[in-house]
Design a protein around this ligand. Structure first.
Ligand code: PEP
Ligand code: MG
Length: 883
């Protein structure tokens, strides 16, 4: 088996398509090499080795060591340097690289191969002793930290103390002799803490680092990240070993990161930062403040530190050229890392840049305009779930802004919440139902859970490419980073900014679009849905087959849904209309009446209210289909609970409170979700559905007359499991239709269908379809009844299922295709066998979940229906599913 793939000098054994085997970083290093770009030579150990290593108790396949040796020889040939040599030694970097970029894993070890001997050789070869010892001490610290598990703070303490004792301020104040002395201290620290010396054998170092990368695939942080991002464990990570190039070889050397376009806004402008005389990790760590790449950005930022364009014009020019070539080649915005060693540019990484949804939209639309991609490709480039970000609020421009600090606009959107200082606090607060802003000096991969729990993130250190910024953008959370004037005292639980001392629990607002930190909770505005968003939606609509409807019963929701592009109502839950002021008493009267006559009296009060509701919905939907579901929930939801409520109903009905109390007790159910609800109510009290049907038909006639648009209501019977139930209910509806037609002397067009939300209904769908004219899959109940899992109680224990991996996803969020999905397929097939062209839709929460929408496309449903705010997500998901 081939376990190792080399690259460098304009050639590579791999290509960009080999991400599964080489990981993202490895595949792209190979591709850049093939493109003839300046990439330091190296090799990639495949993800298959990771899988092997995990499966074989951290052992390697026998062929691996000779293949690594051969690859090292190859690198030696290309660089003219030998690993571990006493003269001009080859040093390497070792980096992890999974198929998807994955924070939480071992990241990088630089300068590997240095020891007490080779450092002397390096000093001689570079004719720079200080550089050599600076590199060695970095290596000891980094290797001890990520490979040997000795926290880097211990090293930093030694360094800080040394600087203090010698009156130094900057690291650059230290001389070669100083570093030499410190290296002795560092090595002693390792030996004291770990009971073994720092490894001097370069090969031992290399295999240590390789093992650390593979081992980190299974560490807790990586596992959490994979769970949150649906990354399978079986993918594994690759290891990239690459000849070192040095950004820390003096004032003509530098290192930096860049996006070929702005990852926050999508603007077509190079965006990034660099540090002179530094190594890669210095930029990301946010220890020194980086400089701007372009003059334009420098002037805009008002910085007096020179840009790369000014400082190293030649390297800058070739960098710009390479960025353009990479964009054209990959036809996507790239995120690159580079190093300049004594004026010579080297590319260390390229990948598709992570971006906000706003930027993704702009980049996609711009690239269609530039002729780089097609509209369909643009549609496929946007993560539907991310549209949520755009639909998120921004601060009302008219609102008063009491600004206490200014940081970087690291991830757009605005959020308010209580201040918390740790990720654990954030998580606890979220569980208690509180909204929080996570305030940290800087974040690390250990903060992922806190960032998830928080509404927004504020850091006092770090740039636009800091951990907090990158992760927040990925999550679509507002983030302000590097707010330097903010002082955080975690122990005292205070945050000081502009003279204000805020305590844990005080409210602040952050504006990730401007970088402002504001006092208190600030009014927000709904987002703008025109521009690139509208453009993309037009392309999506052209690409999709399924219709997208909304679940709505209030005029406000129905209107919002139409603005989001809903093509009708897929589910109007009529019971939601019963809770309104002035209605609930009538509803209670109806339930508590113990005769049909009593119920009819109460229903007569409800009729005009329901009719008015439906008129409003039909008007708003203006001829678009509207599916109205007749009363569904267990009656106990409406029962009076307090004495006051009982007294109110008692007065309205003229019935003593004691009688009502008795009746309430009699209606008690042990398991209401499987009890007296849905169509079962109509079997007991047919007059309820009769009233609702009448309200619908009368409203249809009235709305059609008002708007001139024909109204063809779709009347839906819930929780059917027996064909006879459906037929019984349908007969009542049909009879009411006849009666209204006669009264109004008008023909009424309508259809009567059912929800499929019980396994039995799915299995006998062929029978039900003999009389049902459409099906709508109620996947909330269908999930509940298929799993036998209470949808109202599952949250209490599903967490443990997800944590242990027994379930990969919450089945109430993402449709369980294997189980519930099978029932849907069966019902669709059997239903259509009886009635060709039977209209099929879904109206459970899954109708707005991208993966579930995709499944609906494969089953060939006619439409999905979801809550108003998810309509754009469903439109885009449906388009992607069809492409
Ligand atoms: C369902 O069960 O999926 C459904 C849409 O109905 P409800 O959520 O109202 O029970
Ligand atoms: Mg239901």
């Amino acid at each position: 088996t081939k376990w190792v793939y080399t690259f460098g000098d304009g050639k590579a054994e791999g290509t960009a398509d080999m991400k599964a085997l080489l990981g993202g970083k490895g595949a792209n290093l190979a591709e850049m090499s093939n493109l003839g770009l300046p990439v330091p030579p190296g090799f990639t150990i495949t993800t298959e080795v990771c899988t092997w290593y995990t499966a074989h108790a951290k052992a390697y396949p026998d062929e691996l060591a000779p293949q690594v040796d051969a690859a090292l020889d190859h690198v030696a040939k290309l660089t003219g340097k030998r690993f571990g040599a006493d003269h001009d030694p080859l040093l390497v970097s070792v980096r992890s690289g999974a198929r998807a970029s994955m924070p939480g894993m071992m990241d990088t070890v630089l300068n590997l191969g240095l020891n007490d001997r080779t450092v002397i050789a390096l000093a001689a070869a570079a004719d720079d002793e200080r550089f050599a010892y600076d590199s060695y001490r970095r290596f000891i610290q980094m290797y001890s930290d990520v490979v040997m598990g000795l926290d880097h703070h211990a090293f930093e303490e030694i360094l800080e103390r040394f600087k203090e004792d010698n009156g130094y301020v900057l690291d650059t104040d230290l001389t070669a002799a100083d570093w030499k002395g410190l290296i002795g201290d560092y090595k002693k620290l390792v030996e004291d803490e770990l009971g073994r010396p720092f490894p001097q054998d370069p090969r031992e170092q290399l295999w240590g680092a390789i093992g650390a990368v593979f081992g980190s695939w299974m560490n807790a942080r990586a596992i959490t990240y994979r769970r949150l991002h649906d990354i399978p464990e079986s993918w594994g990570t690759a290891v990239n070993v690459q000849a070192m190039v040095f950004g820390n070889r003096g004032e003509t050397s530098a290192t930096g990161v860049a996006f070929t376009r702005n990852p926050s806004t999508g603007d077509k402008r190079l965006y990034g930062e660099f540090l002179v005389n530094a190594q890669g990790e210095d930029v990301v760590a946010g220890i020194r403040t980086p400089q701007d790449l372009t003059e334009e950005a420098r002037i805009e930022a008002g910085s007096d530190k020179p840009s790369l364009e000014q400082l190293m014009p030649e390297a800058y020019a070739s960098f710009i050229d390479i960025c353009a070539r990479l964009e054209n080649h990959y036809r996507d915005m790239q995120d690159v890392e580079f190093t300049i060693e004594r004026g010579k540019l080297w590319m260390l990484q390229t990948r598709s840049g992570k971006r906000t949804t706003k930027a993704a939209l702009k980049v996609a639309c711009d690239m269609v305009e530039e002729g780089l991609i097609t509209p369909d490709e643009a549609v496929l480039r946007i993560d539907p779930a991310g549209l949520d970000q755009l639909l998120h609020p921004t601060i009302d421009p008219k609102a008063e802004r009491r600004i206490v600090a200014q940081g970087l606009p690291a991830s757009p959107g605005a959020a308010s919440g209580e201040i918390v200082f740790t990720s654990d606090e954030a998580e606890a607060a979220k569980q208690a139902g509180r909204k929080v802003i996570l305030v940290r000096i800087e974040t690390s991969p250990e903060d992922i859970h806190g960032m998830h729990a928080a509404e927004g993130i504020l850091t006092t250190r770090g740039g636009m490419t800091s951990h907090a910024a990158v992760v927040a953008r990925g999550m679509g959370k507002p983030c302000v980073s590097g707010a330097g004037q903010v002082r955080v005292d975690e122990h005292a639980g205070t945050l000081t900014a502009s003279g204000e001392v805020l305590k844990r629990g005080d409210r602040i607002t952050i504006d990730g679009g401007t970088g402002q930190v504001l006092l208190g909770e600030v009014p927000m505005l709904k987002p703008e849905l025109s521009g690139d968003f509208a453009k993309l939606m037009v392309w999506a609509d052209a690409a999709r087959r399924m219709k997208v409807r909304t679940n709505a019963e209030t005029p406000a929701d129905a209107r919002a849904a139409r603005e989001f592009g809903a093509e009708g109502i897929g589910l109007c839950r009529t019971e939601h209309m019963f809770f309104d002021e002035g209605r609930i008493v009538a509803v209670r009267e109806m339930i508590l009446a113990d005769t049909e006559a009593g119920r009819r009296t109460a229903l007569a009060k409800l009729l005009p209210m329901q009719r008015a509701d439906f008129v409003a919905l039909f008007e708003i939907m203006h001829g678009l289909p509207v599916t109205i579901r007749l009363l569904d929930p267990p009656l106990h939801e409406f029962l009076p609970k307090t004495e006051e409520e009982i007294a109110e109903v008692s007065a309205a009905m003229g019935v003593p409170a004691s009688r009502l109390r008795e009746r309430t007790e009699a209606l008690h159910e042990f398991n209401p979700m499987l009890g007296h609800r849905g169509v079962r109510l109509a079997i007991s009290y047919p007059e309820i559905y009769e009233m609702q049907a009448r309200a619908i038909f009368e409203a249809a006639v009235e709305a059609a007359a008002k708007t001139g648009a024909p109204v063809v209501p779709e009347i839906m019977i819930p929780l059917v499991g027996i064909k006879g139930e459906f037929d019984y209910a349908k007969a009542r509806v049909d009879a009411v239709a006849k009666a209204v037609e006669k009264e109004k002397r008008i023909q009424i067009a309508y259809s009567v269908g059912t929800m499929i939300e019980l396994p039995r209904a799915a299995l006998i769908a062929d029978k039900i379809a003999e009389s049902a004219e459409f099906f709508s899959f109620g996947t909330n109940d269908l999930t509940q009844t298929t799993y036998g899992l209470s949808r109202d109680d599952a949250a209490q224990f599903l967490g443990a299922y997800l944590k242990t991996g027994i379930l990969e996803q919450d089945p109430f969020v993402t449709l369980d295709q294997a189980g519930v999905g099978s029932l849907i397929e069966i019902a669709a097939e059997r239903g259509r066998k009886t009635r060709a062209g039977l209209k099929l839709g879904i109206c459970g929460e899954h109708g707005g979940d991208p993966a579930s929408v995709k499944f609906c496309e494969t089953v060939g449903l006619d439409y999905v229906s979801c809550s108003p705010f998810r309509v754009p997500i469903a439109r885009l998901s449906a388009a992607q599913a069809a492409l």
